[in-house]
Design a protein around this ligand. Structure first.
Ligand code: SF4
Length: 367
């Protein structure tokens, strides 16, 4: 069953303005979405579309592509036109690429008006073009590129400095009556980042895009992002998330999806409840959990599968799950929806679980 949104243990979502990024709603009236960014050369349309397809299959809702050159800008109509999910163009300094992205039908543009103003002040024209076409804009403040004025005022990228910078940037559009904005304030330190978003949440009603920037390689970045997003989403803060990892973007999407599923903010599909193993284990739990995960990944029904190493907690957890195994004495007791359906020798545990999972999928109409 689809869980209630938000799950009862989380605070109600902070009330925000609502945006449409292509068909994907962003804001408190919509589920929290998962984003990532392609690593291909945007000008290479085929490679970029191929990577977007992989991200889509992994559960990505919105994808961002960098647009640092004229060749990249020229590729945007083909990419935006053929991508299965909405495409956001990421632009830093050149207003002409912002107009190109809006014309290309990109679902949104990430651009900081503060940067645009420094070179060629076309913020008013950008606001008009974005409004005419219904294209929202993300303002993205990063600790590494904080405005010199705020660095001087605060001494470093403090939470207050990040929030003030973002609100100042938003004000540059607001003065032209443009409010279709979402905001991010990213820092590599989750503690600073959490506070920056909390301040922002108190001071504006724009939807917030959560991210820990330069979070690091997969393991460290996953932990930092999970800690930071969990702390904010628990409070109802955050409307769309991007996990940044020094790893392929598909991994970012998998982590993002898993974070939302762990909080009950996205319906769970496969969930493996496996024990850490200990001196009592009578089966190789790690191997069994890995084999079961590999065999059942991609199943389209919500499935909670317990893989337990012995009879201490095994039967209890296995009973709570849709499907489970409690091992002992070279055998596995197989549970389906709380009932022991059979006991099989250890070598047949994985294949029996697969059979039973397929049967459950068939019963639910998704087989
Ligand atoms: Fe140890 Fe058994 Fe608990 Fe697994 S279920 S951690 S083997 S006591």
């Amino acid at each position: 069953a689809t869980p209630a949104f938000p799950p009862p243990a989380l605070a109600a979502r902070r009330s925000t303005r609502q945006l449409k990024v292509g068909p994907v709603g962003v804001g408190s009236a919509h589920p929290v979405s998962v984003q990532s960014m392609t690593t291909t050369l945007t000008a290479d349309v085929n490679a970029t579309l191929q990577q977007i397809a992989q991200l889509t299959a992994a559960g990505c809702d919105i994808v961002r592509v960098a647009c640092p050159s004229a060749d990249d800008a020229e590729a945007l109509p083909a990419i935006a036109g053929k991508s299965q999910i909405p495409v956001i163009a990421d632009i830093h300094f050149q207003p002409k690429y912002v107009f190109a992205a809006i014309d290309a039908g990109c679902a949104a543009v990430r651009v900081n008006p503060g940067n645009i103003r420094k070179f060629d002040d076309q913020v008013k024209e950008i606001a008009k073009a974005a409004r005419d076409r219904g294209t929202p804009i993300r303002i993205g403040v990063n600790a590494g590129s904080l405005d010199a004025r705020l660095l001087k005022k605060y001494g470093k990228a403090t939470p207050e400095a990040l929030a003030e910078s973002a609100l100042w940037e938003a004000g540059l559009f607001a003065e032209h009556g443009f409010h279709d904005l979402k905001i991010s304030v990213k820092h590599n330190d989750p503690v600073v980042m959490i506070r920056a978003y909390e301040i922002l949440a108190e001071q504006c009603d724009y939807p917030l895009h959560l991210g820990v920037t330069e979070a690091g390689p997969a393991f460290q970045g996953t932990v930092k992002s999970a800690v930071a997003f969990g702390a904010l989403l628990r409070q109802g803060i955050g409307d769309t998330i991007r996990v940044s990892l020094s790893a392929p973007p598909v991994e970012e999407v998998k982590v993002g999806v898993q974070i939302l599923q762990s909080l009950g903010l996205r319906p769970r599909k496969l969930e493996i409840v496996s024990c850490p193993s200990c001196g009592r284990a009578q089966v190789d739990v790690y191997k069994l959990a890995e084999q079961v995960t590999a065999a059942l990944e991609g199943m389209e029904i919500p499935l909670r599968v317990a893989v337990m190493g012995c009879v201490v907690n095994g039967p209890g957890e296995a009973r709570e799950a849709d499907l489970g195994v409690a091992s002992g004495n070279g055998k596995g007791q197989i549970f389906v929806r709380g009932e022991v359906v059979k006991t099989v020798p250890e070598r047949l545990i994985v294949e029996t679980l697969i059979e039973e999972a397929l049967r459950l999928a068939e019963e639910s109409g998704a087989g």
